[in-house]
Write a protein that binds this ligand. Structure first.
Ligand code: NAP
Ligand code: G4F
Length: 335
């Protein structure tokens, strides 16, 4: 019998890649979907037809217990969140509830449905739990590169809520012997990245400019540096963490940092244009508090999980620009 996984955030970028990865590994995959309209369900069935769906919302504890009880998963991946950092200033309370208390809701659902282990050694049948923690927790970084022991100094309500979820996952592991792990993931992108994030905002604009549909690209802080990788690589790391004998937290990133300026240079360069002719400053995109520099030290993941990224930054930018060009010129599927 194959193993069974339940994924929250199945409609998101990582949910798509993780579902595909687990299906290819022979898993029965279930996704939690919220809302009463069938639009999210039909979207999933078009993109990953073999996924089963169960309804629930991270804001509704009862629905999470019902979902875990119904699916009886071997592994739970909590990817659901408000993931766009600027939104977390506008809707700080909602962000705290979904990204913070939502983790509590999932941990409780797993605990009451079979995550506890009194003997402290993972027995067969114990539900394993993955929490989508974030490099945004490092915030105003205390050291570079950032590793599992680097102290947190979150700079956004998003980062603060993620830190709560991170510590709570650790606490449930220590309190109840749960096989609960957090992946501290650095930025990861793909053609399925939301259009509001800087990589997709740039790749879509570059494609539109190439096709004569747009002239200028308004952006905020070009000096911010991120460690950008490919989402398809990062979901493999999530799976490896959950299937380790020992539940531990891992930093996942490439170890290479680039600025937003590097991003636009490569993206415009891919179509033979100079970014300086198109990028304009947009003060509205400047954040109340910025994370200036993120750069991962993924040594632990490399050593214990045997994980390393397969896509480098320039290849990643090329991938999403090409995908958006294809999509907008009508020869690709919408992502
Ligand atoms: P994403 O594309 O924005 O997807 C977010 C998912 O969360 C969507 O499926 C959304 O469902 C779901 N969601 C939002 N509110 C919910 C609620 N109240 N109840 C249930 N589900 C809810 O995010 P992603 O890029 O795949 O990221 C996955 C996770 O990793 C997130 O937790 C994010 O914070 C974290 N993370 C991401 C990165 C990155 O670079 N991508 C890095 C570090 C950590 P709807 O379709 O219903 O809105
Ligand atoms: O693409 P971003 O919006 O991603 P950000 O804020 O780093 O967050 C992402 O990565 C986190 C992990 O490190 C995740 F936890 C989180 O869920 C999300 O996936 O912004 C990247 C950088 C920022 O410094 C921002 O100020 O790009 C800068 N930027 C400059 N102009 C812009 C823009 N960002 C956006 N979204 N839009 C702009 O016009």
């Amino acid at each position: 019998m194959g193993r069974r996984a339940l994924i929250t955030g199945i409609t998101g970028q990582d949910g798509f890649y993780l579902a595909g990865h687990l299906l290819a590994e022979g898993y029965e995959v279930w996704g939690l979907v919220r809302g009463q309209s069938g639009s999210r369900a039909s979207q999933i069935h078009q993109t990953v037809p073999d996924v089963h769906l169960v309804s629930g919302d991270l804001l509704d504890q009862g629905s999470l217990i019902s979902a875990v009880d119904r699916v009886q998963p071997d592994e739970v991946y909590n990817l659901g969140a408000i993931s766009f950092v600027p939104l977390s200033w506008q809707q700080a309370e909602l962000t705290a509830k979904v990204n913070g208390l939502g983790v509590l809701g999932m941990l409780e659902a797993v605990r009451v449905c079979g995550g506890i282990n009194a003997s402290r050694s993972a027995p067969p049948g114990q539900i394993r739990f993955y929490q989508a923690s974030s490099a945004e927790m490092f915030g105003k970084v205390r050291e570079t590169p950032q590793h599992e022991g680097t102290p947190f100094h979150p700079r956004s309500p998003y980062g603060v809520a993620k830190a709560y979820g991170h510590f709570l996952t650790q606490n449930y592991r220590e309190s109840y012997g749960m096989h609960a792990v957090s992946g501290i993931l650095f930025n990861h992108e793909s053609p399925r990245r939301g259009a509001e994030f800087v990589t997709r905002k740039v790749s879509l604009a570059v494609a539109r400019i190439k096709l004569g549909l747009q002239e200028k690209l308004p952006l905020g802080n070009l000096s911010a540096r991120r460690d950008w990788g490919f989402a398809g690589d990062y979901v493999q790391a999530m799976h490896r963490m959950v299937t380790q004998d020992e539940p531990e937290d891992y930093v996942i990133g490439t170890g290479v940092t680039h600025s937003v300026r590097d991003l636009v240079e490569i993206a415009f360069g891919a179509i033979g244009l100079d970014w300086r002719d198109h990028v304009v400053s947009d003060p509205a995109q400047i954040r109340p508090a910025e994370v200036d520099l993120l750069c991962a030290d993924p040594a632990k993941a490399r050593e214990l999980l045997g994980w390393k990224p397969s896509v480098q930054f320039a290849g990643l930018v090329q991938m999403i620009v090409e995908s958006d060009l294809k999509m907008l010129s009508g020869s690709g599927t919408a992502s």
